[in-house]
Write a protein that binds this ligand. Structure first.
Ligand code: FAD
Length: 321
């Protein structure tokens, strides 16, 4: 059954986040040959429409307003609801990002719709769209089918492969005027705590440090390894609580949930709350002095040793490649 599916493109610092392209790929599956319409919401976002089309969107609807320069629940709700009313999609896909996690339940409630959140895979099985999502902090997966009404889902970053970029793709770009009003929140300034460089939630490689790193200074070798691998630095809550790094780096049940291609855990014991945030990484490497450390139970490769010896050696070897 061909469907019209709406995708929200997520813009940060003037560029589209990768999850926007992954959402398009997911929408293609749900659309089953129907139309994928992308919504772009922000202040100066129209120029990004071509990028959404190159990654597979058939059409782009742009809502621009100075009041939408930063995400606010009120502003973005008004904008996306206007697009939904104009387009009447049969499916909606957002990224399972901080923005998507905040906005999607509000929109689902307004539409009186269900929501399949945190989807890691979508496939068509026996004529049904089957969504896979982790449950119990990643210890199990469940499969869901939407039996009636709108198909509304959020997709976890780094799980569904984006289509290949093709600049030859064409599609219509239109603007929708929306009167954004009565905002209860106004963002005056965004102060970033996280380090510059690769965004942790979208990083393909993460080098994470725990209490075993011992100090803020101890994170330096991890930063060097992450840099050589083009990755990001993350941390356990143990390291954050000990003030070795900022909480914005925390991975786990009460931190960020990440699924990079490669996760290198350095001096992290592997508490269940940490595993909840990283155990779905594609390849896990653990470096720990303690051969009994729990992290080795989820690791694909384990190195029993002192991280201050092992990490610089890895960095030197990767530099040679
Ligand atoms: P530790 O458990 O102290 O482990 C340090 C490890 O480093 C040890 O295994 C040790 O062998 C190793 N080590 C020491 N020196 C070296 C060296 N030189 N070289 C190699 N290895 C070395 N934790 C999270 O991470 N994320 C969360 O989101 C989270 N949420 C939580 C929510 C709740 C409600 C609760 C109760 C806890 C939560 N925690 C979370 C905390 C969690 O239970 C652990 O306390 C925490 O993950 C431990 O951090 P750690 O592994 O860095 O430290």
């Amino acid at each position: 059954m061909a469907r019209k599916v709406l995708v929200l493109g997520e813009v940060r610092d003037g560029t589209l986040r990768n999850v926007s392209f992954e959402a398009i790929a997911a929408a293609k599956v749900v659309a089953e040959g129907g139309e994928v319409v992308a919504a772009l919401i922000g202040a100066n976002v129209k120029e990004l429409a071509a990028e959404m089309i190159a990654y597979g969107a058939d059409r782009v609807v742009v809502v621009e307003d100075e009041k939408l320069i930063h995400y606010t629940p009120d502003g973005f709700s008004q904008a996306i609801m206007a697009v939904i009313e104009a387009e009447s999609p049969e499916g909606i896909i957002f990224g399972h990002t901080a923005l998507g996690k905040d906005l999607s339940p509000k929109i689902a409630a307004k539409l009186q719709s269900g929501l399949v959140s945190d989807v890691t895979n979508i496939e068509v099985v026996g004529g049904n769209i089957v969504f896979t999502r982790p449950i119990y902090s990643g210890k199990a997966f469940e499969k869901k089918i939407v039996t009636e009404g709108l198909i509304f889902a959020t997709v976890r970053p780094n799980n569904i492969s984006a289509l290949d970029r093709d600049e030859a793709r064409t599609g219509e770009v239109s603007s929708l005027a929306v009167d954004i009003k009565d905002l209860r929140t106004i963002v005056q300034e965004v102060v970033r705590k996280a380090s510059e460089g690769v965004d942790l939630s979208e990083a393909k490689v993460i080098v994470a440090g725990g209490r075993g790193v011992k100090s803020a200074e101890g994170f330096k070798p991890l930063q060097e390894l992450a840099e050589v691998l083009g990755g990001a630095v993350g941390a356990s809550r143990g390291a954050c609580d000990a003030e070795y790094c900022d909480y914005s780096l925390q991975i786990g049940q009460t931190g960020k949930v990440v699924t990079p291609d490669l996760y290198i855990a350095c001096g992290i014991s592997g508490a269940i709350q940490h595993l909840a945030g990283m155990s779905n990484s594609k390849v896990i490497v653990a470096i720990n002095k303690d051969p009994e450390a729990n992290i080795f139970k989820v690791a694909d490769y384990g190195i029993v040793g002192d991280l201050f010896e092992v990490v610089p050696l890895l960095t030197e070897e990767f530099k040679k490649l």
